[in-house]
Design a protein around this ligand. Structure first.
Ligand code: COA
Length: 329
């Protein structure tokens, strides 16, 4: 009997802008300290895109690298799914801007808005396209220029965020390798714990708008923290079970890099050693939708992901929305 078609990740790529912003830089602009930031978050520095570099530009670089690894041409790609909350424009999608910049003559391109869960969400949708036979090659991206929506007067949030892009090419596989199970869930009742009140249709910019921080990210960090630990753990256990596995079968964990304490609590609850967890939060901070594919690409290029490894990805973000994916590498 023929094996079920699975969506396999056949190439990964990522991009981070060269400009670094260190904890010492934040000591100069808000009431904070290197020691507080490292112990409370695990972050040492983050990358900041310059004014002329947009989400689509970072996505282009990550995509180039992923296509190269997959040995795939842009003509082969049939769908481009970009997870982002920092699109170049409100209209059209950043996926369409990327298409305009790179080609992709045979693809449909669209964005998903799932904040830090953006890549897992896009991966889940891409997986469905491939398993159902609708498309054969799908490009999934998580990209953010979070510096464009960060309030650099708010010490509660500004030290956390950075800019980056990560991409993956999905193709069909019939040898059991690929995305085995995914899970997504949200709770819109908690939307005001992590949001941007101004700039949408409810509170549009008016000619007399003065900067009050409401057009930037607001977060109730301590409440989000508790839900993040609980729901990331639940999502992880669901995809592990969905794949017919136990937590001890997980080879590598690629978690959303929001806070080192969240990641450690997750690993402890799952009973997975930190040696199996991919960490780069110290270098990049929280890059929202780019966080998981950036860490995945780094682990992949370092040779940490071996054929048939059980790779667990898990994320959580504004919505609130969370999700996980279990991939047989
Ligand atoms: N430097 C120094 N002090 C800071 C600070 C900073 N950058 N940011 C906050 N503080 C202060 C607070 O003002 C507060 O002071 P107070 O007690 O005098 O009011 C104190 O530190 C504790 O604040 P609290 O929010 O309880 O800290 P925390 O231990 O929860 O850590 C976060 C704050 C944001 C790091 C943490 O809550 C977090 O990581 N939350 C989840 C982030 C996340 O997962 N987001 C979702 C995905 S995007």
């Amino acid at each position: 009997m023929a094996q079920q078609v699975r969506a396999r990740i056949i190439g990964t790529g990522s991009f981070t802008p060269p400009k670094r912003m260190t904890n010492a830089d934040f000591e100069k602009i808000v009431d904070t300290s290197d020691e507080w930031i490292i112990t409370r978050t695990g972050i040492r520095e983050r990358r900041i895109a310059d004014n002329g570099t947009q989400s689509s530009d970072m996505a282009v670089e990550a995509t180039r690298r992923a296509l190269e690894m997959a040995e795939c041409s842009d003509e082969e790609i049939e769908a481009i799914i970009v997870g982002t909350v920092t699109p170049d424009y409100r209209l059209p999608s950043t996926a369409c801007v990327l298409q305009e910049k790179m080609g992709f003559p045979n693809a449909v391109a669209f964005d998903t808005v799932a904040a830090c869960t953006g890549f897992i969400n896009s991966l889940s949708i891409g997986r469905s396209f491939i398993e159902s036979g609708v498309y054969k090659k799908v490009l999934v991206i998580g990209v953010e220029k979070l510096s464009s929506i960060t309030n650099y007067k708010d010490r509660n949030t500004c030290v956390l965020f950075g800019d980056a892009a990560g991409a993956a090419i999905l193709g069909p596989s019939e040898n059991g390798r690929g995305v085995v199970s995914t899970f997504m869930k949200s709770d819109g009742k908690l939307r005001e714990w992590l949001w941007m009140p101004t700039g949408g249709a409810v509170n549009p910019y008016t000619p007399d708008f003065t900067f009050d921080g409401s057009d930037k990210i607001y977060m109730n960090g301590s409440e989000v923290f508790k839900v993040a630990v609980r729901q990331m753990c639940d999502a992880a256990l669901r995809v592990i079970k969905g794949a017919g596995l136990q937590p001890s079968d997980v080879s590598v964990v690629v978690p959303h890099q929001a806070n080192i304490r969240i990641i450690e609590a997750l690993a402890k609850r799952l009973g997975v050693g930190m040696d199996k967890v991919v960490l780069n939060i110290d270098k990049y901070g929280n890059t929202s939708a780019a966080s998981v594919p950036l860490a995945l690409d780094e682990a992949n290029r370092e040779g940490r992901l071996k054929p048939n490894d059980n790779v667990l990805m898990v994320a959580f973000g504004g919505g609130l929305i969370w999700g996980a994916a279990l991939v047989r590498w």
